[in-house]
Structures are given as structure tokens and as C-alpha cells.
Design a protein around this ligand. Structure first.
Ligand SMILES: [Mn+2]
Length: 416
């Protein structure tokens, strides 16, 4: 009997059918963020990243053209198990030689090459209007600016992105999650907290007035507690975005980024709270170290806990999962792959947890036994299930996937 067969028997005794788990997880799509490959630069501007976010590090080999970025994404796809979706920002528009349009004038044709790329790989596409790294950010504000011209520019950008999202959904046959996040806010104590939020609300409503099919385009609103240069106040706070989503649930849903809360808050606890009310929710999966630092996602306790909540709420079909982090200090292909593999691992581990039994112990008030059994569960041979899952997905299970990265670095990245 090989290790997997042995592990399968052990899990069966706990009521877990590892065959069913593996088959199911293979088809759960995880949205892969294109911006890990080029430090959130994109192709529509030359200026620096600005607007409340920042990358740190200068590891060589970053992608600087669409062709390089696509090649790198392909590498990551081959190194990671499971189904993938592509997550694009509007600043990744691909223009023809000599062509340029500003963000308010973007059209589906500027993303045709991405659609071709996704379709060839059987992937759907998620999308994000880019409300940062642009001169039309005035005093750090976009959709919540007191200047109507500024707001109108960004509303037109949002509407253009709705049309592009609809195009993605129709071309790929897979719904497109379109996430609205701005870095709008103030460095120091504001004199008016409500004014920007009322303007923000009206601006998002104006964007969502663009016609779209909610079965194809899934607009989401993402909150954030603070950003670099906007330490004191954000227009899109947690209460703001959650209330917005609740009041517009016929065409919008909430998106939680686990780096966007106070450090002692955990998104794992918020997932079942939102699932109690919303038919569908969306997540940005990241790892904050002391703050919203967007470190590479690891197979750590909170990552595991978030995956457990999604799985035990039976919400894999109700939760749109996307990675969102960027580390420029290490090999970017490895950064992408460690994060995606870690989230896959967290989901697989959650699916190999005897949640029904643990819930029964809780409901029966057997809290001592619950603690004892929960600890025993951590000792089950999960690594053997992971190895088998990777094998069946046609990817390397052990750490030797990194050999591929080093080879790619030598042959491709170091020559850029
Ligand atoms: Mn995010």
C-alpha cells in the first residue's frame, strides 16, 4: 500500500472521502492576480505606483511587457495545482503600437489579447478598475473628490470597466468579478468625514447605473482601514463598503481583503457573518505583517482558518476567491506560486477536516472533547493527500518545483 492509499484509509475512518475531496477541489477556480509579476506597474503609464499602495524590493527579472507577463503567468500555472482564473487591473490594457487612450476611454478591444490568453487556457477573467497611479487623483481622492470633473473622470472609468467586464464574461463564458477599490482618504484628521463618503456612494451608484447582467458581471466593493499617506481616514471604510453592498445587493456584493482590517481582526470570523446575509461574497487573500503589507500568502493559521470557514459553511460556490499581494524582494514566480499553492493547500486541508463531527461536539456542548479531537486532527497525514492532489493535477508536489523556477530565472528572467 502506498502512502496515499494508507492516508485515504485513515481519513475514511474520520468520515472524509479523499477521492471526492480531490475531484472537487480540482475544479474550484482561484483568481491569480497579474500584478505580482510586475510590482503593480501595468502598461498604461510610466509614473510610479501611487495612491496608498507601494511595493518594496528590487529583485531582478520583473515583467515589463504583456508578452513577458503572460509567459510568467504560464509558468506559475504549470507550477500550481487546481483551476485558475486570471485577475487583471485596468492599467494592464494592451495598446497597439502608437495607440493610447486614457482610463475613461478604455474599450474591450484593449483587452482582446488577454481574452485570447485566457480562452486558450480555459480560464475566466476577473477585473479591477485602476483608481491609482494616475494624475487624475487629486489630493489623494478619486470617486470621493469634491471636484466634480475628477469624480466624473473616474465614474467614466468605472463604467468602461463594467463594459469590459461584460465582454470578459461573454467571451469566456465565466462570470467576471469586478472589484471597486480606491485609496481615497486623508493623511491627517479630516474636517469632514461624511462628505467624501456621500460622494463616494453616489459615484459608485453612477458606475453601477451602466447596464450589465448581474449573472455575468459581479461588481464588488472592497474596504480598507488605511493606506500609505492615508493613515487617518479612508472614504471606503469597512462600514461604508459593507453597508453599500447590503443596500445594493441586486447588483453588488462585498469583498473582504484580509489585509484591510485592524491587525487583531480576523476575516475568518467575518466570512460566516457575511454568508448569513449575502448569497455570494468575494475575498482578497493576502498576508499582512503588522499592517497591510501584502506579504506572500503562506499555509499559516489564519489562512487555514479562512479556508476552513468557506468549506464548513459549504460556501465554495458562493465565495469568489482571489489572491492579492505583491512582493518585489524575492523571485516573483516563486512568490506567486508559494501563495497560490498555500491557498490550495489551505482549501484541501479544510476539506480534509471532519467538520461535521467537530460541529456535533460543539452543538452537544462537549467542548473538552472538541479541543482534544481538534488537536488530534492536526496530526492526520495531510501531506500525503496534498502530494496525491498535486500528482493528479499534473504538478510537482514537493519543493523541487523551485528547481523549475531557478531554471526559468537563469534562462529567461536574468536576461531581462
Ligand atoms: Mn485587495
Amino acid at each position: 500500500m502506498n502512502r496515499y492509499e494508507s492516508a485515504k484509509e485513515i481519513y475514511a475512518k474520520w468520515g472524509i472521502d479523499t477521492e471526492a475531496v480531490i475531484e472537487k477541489l480540482k475544479n474550484v477556480p482561484i483568481s491569480l492576480h497579474c500584478w505580482q509579476g510586475d510590482d503593480v506597474t501595468g502598461f498604461d503609464h510610466d509614473g510610479p505606483l501611487s495612491g496608498g499602495i507601494q511595493t518594496t524590493g528590487n529583485y531582478p527579472g520583473k515583467a515589463t511587457t504583456p508578452e513577458e507577463l503572460m509567459m510568467d503567468i504560464d509558468k506559475v500555472i504549470k507550477l500550481c495545482p487546481g483551476a485558475k482564473k486570471l485577475n487583471l487591473h485596468a492599467c494592464y490594457a494592451i495598446f497597439e503600437e502608437g495607440e493610447y487612450v486614457d482610463r475613461d476611454k478604455l474599450e474591450p478591444k484593449h483587452f482582446k489579447k488577454w481574452v485570447d490568453f485566457a480562452k486558450e487556457r480555459g480560464m475566466g477573467i476577473d477585473f479591477n478598475p485602476t483608481f491609482f497611479s494616475h494624475p487624475m487623483q487629486k489630493d489623494g481622492l478619486t470617486l470621493s473628490s469634491p471636484d466634480k470633473d475628477i469624480r466624473d473622470f473616474w465614474i467614466e472609468h468605472g463604467k468602461a470597466c463594467i463594459r469590459i467586464s461584460q465582454y470578459f464574461a461573454e467571451e469566456t463564458g465565466i462570470p467576471c468579478v469586478m472589484n471597486i477599490w480606491t485609496g481615497d482618504g486623508f493623511k491627517d484628521i479630516p474636517a469632514d468625514r461624511m462628505g467624501p463618503r456621500i460622494r463616494y456612494k453616489e459615484s459608485i451608484e453612477a458606475i453601477l447605473s451602466e447596464p450589465f447582467d448581474f449573472n455575468k458581471v459581479k461588481p464588488t466593493v472592497e474596504s480598507k482601514v488605511f493606506g500609505i499617506g492615508v493613515e487617518s481616514y479612508t472614504s471606503g471604510s469597512a462600514e461604508f463598503t459593507l453597508s453599500f453592498a447590503a443596500m445594493h445587493s441586486d447588483k453588488c456584493m462585498p469583498l473582504m481583503d484580509n489585509g484591510h482590517y485592524h491587525p487583531t481582526e480576523v476575516v475568518s470570523d467575518k466570512i460566516p457573518a457575511l454568508l448569513t446575509f449575502f448569497p455570494e461574497i468575494a475575498l482578497h487573500i493576502t498576508r499582512g505583517v503588522r499592517w497591510d503589507s501584502d506579504h506572500v500568502v503562506l499555509f499559516d493559521d489564519e489562512t487555514k482558518e479562512m479556508a476552513k470557514e468557506i468549506v464548513r459553511c459549504d460556501a465554495l460556490e458562493r465565495t469568489y476567491m482571489a489572491l492579492d499581494y505583491f512582493d518585489a524582494s524575492i523571485n516573483r514566480i516563486a512568490a506567486w506560486s508559494v501563495g497560490l499553492r498555500s491557498w490550495q493547500k489551505a482549501l484541501l486541508s479544510a476539506m480534509c477536516t471532519p467538520s461535521a463531527y467537530l460541529k456535533e461536539l460543539q452543538d452537544n456542548g462537549e467542548f473538552t472533547k472538541l479541543m482534544v479531537v481538534s488537536q488530534r486532527v492536526t496530526e492526520l497525514p495531510f501531506g500525503d493527500i496534498w502530494d496525491e492532489y498535486c500528482r493528479r493535477c499534473g504538478v510537482v508536489a514537493d519543493e523541487s518545483w523551485f528547481d523549475e523556477v531557478i531554471k526559468y530565472e537563469e534562462e529567461v528572467l536574468s536576461k531581462r
